[in-house]
Structures are given as C-alpha cells and as structure tokens.
Design a protein around this ligand. Structure first.
Ligand code: 3PG
Ligand code: MG
Length: 377
C-alpha cells in the first residue's frame, strides 16, 4: 500500500535486536513543560509493537531549531521524562540537532547513529519532508521500515490527495503565502474550492486592490496571488476582517488599542488579525457542503482571545461537517485541541510542513529513503 516502503513486518524477527526509531518529538513546550504530548502518544503503537516482540528500542528526535551545538533550551529532558511514563524501557538520544551533521545530512553523523543498531524505523512523519541525516541516512545501512504513525499519515493524506471525495474543500490560513505557494498551486488543481483566511489573506486582498492597513503583507507575493485569483479556480476570501487599532498589542489587551470589524479595506494603522463574523459564517456554509475537508493554518491569531473567534467558528464547522475531515498539524491541530474538537475530526495530522509537502508532491524524502533500504521489495 505504501508503494515499495517496507512495513514493520518486513523487518523480520526483531527479538533481541537493537532498533533505532526516528520519532518527531518536536513538541510544544512552555517553561520546560510539554504543553501537548500528541506527538509522543502518536509514536506509542510503533514503540510497543517493537518492545512486545523483544526488541531493544532507542528513540531519537529533534526539538526546535538549535544551531548544530548543544543548547540546554532545546534539551529533550522533558520529552524523556514523559516517554519514561508512556513507554518505559525506551531509550531516547539527545536532540539530534545538537550536531550540525543532522541537518547537514553528514555521512559521519549517519554512521554514528547506526553504530550498534540492527534495524531502523522511521515514525517521524512530521519531519519526513526534511532530507536530514536521521531521516534519509539509516536506510542505506540497516533493514528499515515505516512505523505505524508514518504509515497511517501517508495512507490518509495520499487518499485525500489521489482519491478525493467531492466537493473537496481546502481551508488555508497561517501567516505566509510564501511558505505555502507551492501547495496552493497544487491544491487549486485538486479542490472544488479553496478557502483562505489567516495572515496570508491580506496579500490576496492586496492583489485585488484592497487596502490592508498595517496587516501582514508580502509585497513580493502579490503578483503570484493575482495570477491565482485570475486562474479561474473558486477561491473564497474574507469579506470582513477583525482588526486591532493603533497602539494595540497582540496578546496584551491591557496595552489598549481598539478592536473593530471592517469590510475588505482597512484604514491606515489598523492590523487585521482575524476573519470577521460574516466571513466565519460564509466559510462555515462552504465547509458544511463539503464531502472532504483539508484544513491547514488558523484563521487568525487565536492565541489572543480577541482574535480567536474566526478560527473557533471554522474549527466547529469542520467538526460538524459530515464529510471526511483532515486537519494538518502545527497551529491548526493546536487550535482543534484548544477548542476540544480533536475527537470530532477524522484525522488530525502530526505533521504541518510534512502534510503540505506530501499533498503537493505525493511523496517525501523520508519515504523514498525507506524504498531504498536493503529489505525493501
Ligand atoms: C515540525 O514541527 O514541523 C517538524 O518537527 C519539523 O520541524 P522543522 O520545521 O524545524 O524541520
Ligand atoms: Mg466528519
């Protein structure tokens, strides 16, 4: 089903063997505490599958973006403590990105990782779009397999991509058009309608000739947005905006600054930080008609309760949708968790960038590496 990618069963007998498991334990933390352990829990089926069959399991992961040298701020200690509770007996290496060899895909670092190991499992879906040492290196040296999480994510997302139920609606948010242009271009060819909110909507609104005040605007993406709008695809953009007035501060209501709703044009000095209530209702109507929904990126700065309504309304519409619903990781997964809606979504992905790249390309560097493993068929 994974098209040449070996599964755990293809490792053969793992009893008494040492297995290195690449996980994506890049979890959100605050003051050294894990605020959401979804990515750790998601790896448990693979870890226990190996342990139950008598393997000695060593897990490894990155956390954050340290600069290739040890940095206590990015220590995996909090993850190690949580993992000890959830999967006793699984060893966890220190943050892979404490070595520059990880992101540099240095063969010497790969050699260090595979030394003493008998097999390799990639269960790090959220990092499998990175051609980093721990993702693409070990399969050249060890019998390898996709873990259960990687397998499930790929199966669900490729079905969404390749056999969509229609109408297929994709909702995109988040701050930057530049980060998502590739996937937007791919999605307009696949979907029946694209719904765009979040910070990126202002570059689209500017391309339509609207005034965006002090909102986030990527000048160098305006032409790309205009081409997309002229391309004939159905693209829904906000018709009203919730904005913060001069003097206001995101995340700090006590700093003052008025919050007001506008249409598509904002006065100078006003910063659009959420879709307005009219837009949230329009988007909800589009979502209600969908038979398949793919959502990536919040509609506003929902961490600030003054700008959370749009994301909440869209999250509720996705939860209520009777079609098949998928939420891409990162901020939108955090939003559905915060609004307590995760169990009403068909698939909450543990990958943000990885899910978008898989939708765009239909493949990931981590998957093609596994196809090259000595035990692959
Ligand atoms: C993620 O959280 O998106 C993954 O863990 C990948 O992290 P990265 O974007 O720092 O490579
Ligand atoms: Mg549903």
């Amino acid at each position: 089903m994974l098209n040449g990618v070996p599964q755990l069963e293809d490792l053969g007998d793992v009893s008494g063997r040492r297995v290195l498991v690449r996980c994506d334990f890049n979890v959100p933390t605050a003051d050294g505490e894990i605020t959401d352990d979804l990515r750790i829990r998601a790896a448990l089926p693979t870890l226990s599958w190996l342990q139950e069959r008598g393997a000695t399991v060593t897990a490894c992961s990155h956390l954050g973006r340290p600069k290739g040298a040890p940095d206590p701020k990015y220590s995996l200690d909090p993850v190690r403590n949580r993992l000890a509770e959830l999967a006793p007996g699984v060893e966890l290496l220190e943050n892979l990105r404490f070595s520059a060899g990880e992101t540099g895909n240095d063969p010497a670092f790969v050699a260090e990782l595979v030394a003493g190991q008998d097999a390799y499992v990639n269960d790090a879906f959220g990092a499998s779009h990175r051609a980093h040492a721990s993702i693409v290196g070990p399969p050249s040296f060890l019998p390898s397999a996709a873990g259960r999480l990687l397998e499930k994510e790929v199966e669900v997302l490729l079905a969404v991509r390749n056999e969509p139920r229609r109408p297929f609606i994709s909702i995109l948010g988040g701050s930057k058009v530049s980060d998502k242009l590739g996937v937007i271009n791919a999605l307009v060819e696949m979907v029946d309608a694209l719904v765009i909110g979040g910070g990126m909507c202002f570059t689209f609104l500017a391309a339509m000739g609207h005034r965006v005040g002090s909102s986030l605007l990527e000048e160098d993406q305006v032409d790309s947005c205009r081409r997309l709008l002229e391309g004939g695809a159905t693209i829904h953009l906000p018709s009203d905006i919730t904005a913060l007035g001069p003097g206001g501060k995101i995340g700090d209501p006590s700093a003052g600054g008025e919050v007001r709703q506008f249409g598509r044009d904002l006065p100078d000095g006003w910063m659009g930080l959420d879709i307005g209530p009219g837009t949230a209702a329009e988007f909800s109507d589009v979502i209600a008609e969908a038979r398949q929904v793919l959502w990536n990126g919040p509609m506003g700065v929902f961490e600030d309760p003054r700008f959370g309504a749009g994301t909440r309304t869209v999250a509720e519409a996705v939860a209520d949708c009777r079609g098949f619903t998928v939420v891409g990781g990162g901020d939108s997964a955090a939003a559905v968790a915060q609004f307590d809606l995760a169990d009403r979504i068909d698939h909450v992905s543990t990958g943000g960038g990885a899910s978008l790249e898989l939708i765009e390309q239909g493949d990931l560097p981590g998957l093609s590496a596994l196809r090259g493993a000595p035990n692959a068929k």
